[in-house]
Ligand binder design. Structure first.
Ligand code: IFM
Length: 440
């Protein structure tokens, strides 16, 4: 059973999160092409070569979707603004229709009593910028700051919060080292540059948002617990390496003006010249920090070049993503953020949830495993709050079943089921359970 709203401190916020490319229907309303369109159009990258052309058609159904958010008794909606919808070339001309959409969305949220929490970049880089090297090009920091300024000038007076970039690890490592996301590179030099430029772009966007008067600016990181796969010192060392480039790099850059030694061991030779001089921009003061958390990984030593590690199968029950369910690690990361990096800053769990094999039967979706997953993770949030960690809110990923990137439309994370043939929405049992738990 889910904990109830009154089990959390007064003012604790509950929300649901989505992202633009995953739900909107990208080809509509004058949006420009993105590197995800290109990646998905390349055979072998995405299951069934699916893309975000139509997705959940949220662009045309957003009012009904916001009604569902409000009826779930949620307080905040975390959505993202598509760079290519607002600036089809990534720079220069603004697409009025695109900006108007977000304007209406924000007003629609406020009319329903929901706080708008915007993320500026959730991965759909405009293709013309990818042509110029994308995250490998240092200029991306100023291109992104210009986009941040456009959003801040039009919506900033009504946004409750802004985070520049969702999950910098995915932008940099998953996409340039592992090649699982656009642009699909497997190149350590590209990775090192993206790892640094994503933080430079973050800091530059924070400066632009501050200049436009925004006062609730944060950052959203994704974390995966790195557990040694065995008792060997080698496994412990490789888990520390994984932890450094996955979990500590971005926090260290922003809060310590330095990168962890275990990650520099592999990346330093490939970093752009003069990187040490960029921390004045990167380390902009923030108003809050967000943790996206789903799972842990078991790390073993392996042969080959740095980082010379392998992920091995773990023993715990898994979600449809094959991700082990390990709620304790959410508590671990929230404690670590406060103790090692963020101190008194308000923290939010900005994403948490699971993909499950949901089936629509008789107009209902019984997703008890998702209710159990959310309950176990919310219990961790309660536990760390009781210890004094300043967690101020929790967001479910996701409001709707949506485009799960390289895995296409099969992996269902939503509180609301979407039939991708008819686009009909059906709230799942988890949605109803949450609505009951959050009723005032
Ligand atoms: O769907 C993604 C989202 O875009 C970013 N965080 C993790 C989710 C589940 O994989």
């Amino acid at each position: 059973m889910l904990p109830q709203r009154h089990d959390f401190p007064e003012g604790f916020l509950f929300g649901a999160a989505t992202s633009a490319y995953q739900i909107e229907g990208h080809t509509q309303s004058g949006a420009g092409r993105t590197h995800w369109d290109d990646f998905a159009a390349t055979p072998g990258n995405v299951v069934r070569a699916e893309n975000g052309d139509l997705a959940c058609d949220h662009l045309n159904r957003w009012e009904a979707d916001l009604d569902l958010l409000a009826a779930a008794n949620l307080d905040v909606y975390r959505f993202s603004t598509s760079w290519a919808r607002v600036m089809p070339e990534g720079r220069g001309a603004v697409n009025g229709q695109g900006l108007d959409f977000y304007d209406r969305l924000v007003d629609g949220l406020l009319e329903r009593g929901l706080k708008p929490a915007a993320t500026l970049y959730h991965w759909e880089l405009p293709s013309p910028l990818a042509d110029l090297g994308g995250w490998r090009n240092r200029d991306i920091a100023s291109w992104f700051a210009d986009f941040a300024q456009v959003i801040a000038e039009r919506l900033g007076d009504r946004l409750w919060s802004v985070a520049p970039i969702n999950e910098p690890w995915c932008v940099a490592w998953l996409s340039h080292f592992l090649g699982h996301h656009a642009p699909g590179l497997r190149d350590i030099r590209a990775t090192a540059r993206a790892m640094h430029h994503v933080l430079l772009a973050h800091g530059s966007a924070v400066q632009a948002l501050r200049a436009a008067g925004h006062q609730n600016v944060g950052a959203v990181f994704n974390f995966e617990r790195a557990l040694p796969a065995d008792d060997s010192p080698e496994a412990a060392a490789r888990a520390a390496t994984y932890d450094a480039y996955y979990n500590r790099w971005f926090l260290s850059g922003i809060f310590h003006r330095a990168y962890p030694a275990e990650a520099l061991a592999g990346l330093e030779p490939h970093l752009p010249q003069g990187w040490e001089g960029d921390f004045d921009t990167i380390a902009q003061p923030l108003d809050w920090c967000g943790a996206n958390y789903y799972t842990c990984k078991r790390i073993a030593a392996a042969g080959g070049p740095w980082p010379a590690l392998a992920e091995v199968d773990g023993p715990l029950p898994k979600t449809e993503m094959g991700w082990e369910i390990h709620p304790e690690s959410l508590g671990f990361f929230l404690r670590r953020m406060q103790a090692d990096y963020t101190g008194d800053l308000p923290l939010y769990v900005t994403e948490n949830g699971m993909a499950s094999a949901d089936r629509l039967a008789g107009g209902r979706v019984d997703d008890q495993p998702r209710i159990d997953y959310l309950a176990a993770h919310l219990a961790q949030v309660q536990a760390v709050i009781a210890e004094g960690v300043p967690v101020r809110g929790y967001f479910c990923w996701s409001l709707l079943d949506n485009y799960e990137w390289a895995l296409g439309y099969d992996k269902r994370f939503g509180l609301i089921h979407v039939d991708f043939d008819t686009l009909k929405r059906t709230p799942k049992a988890s949605y109803h359970a949450l609505a009951r738990a959050l009723a005032r």
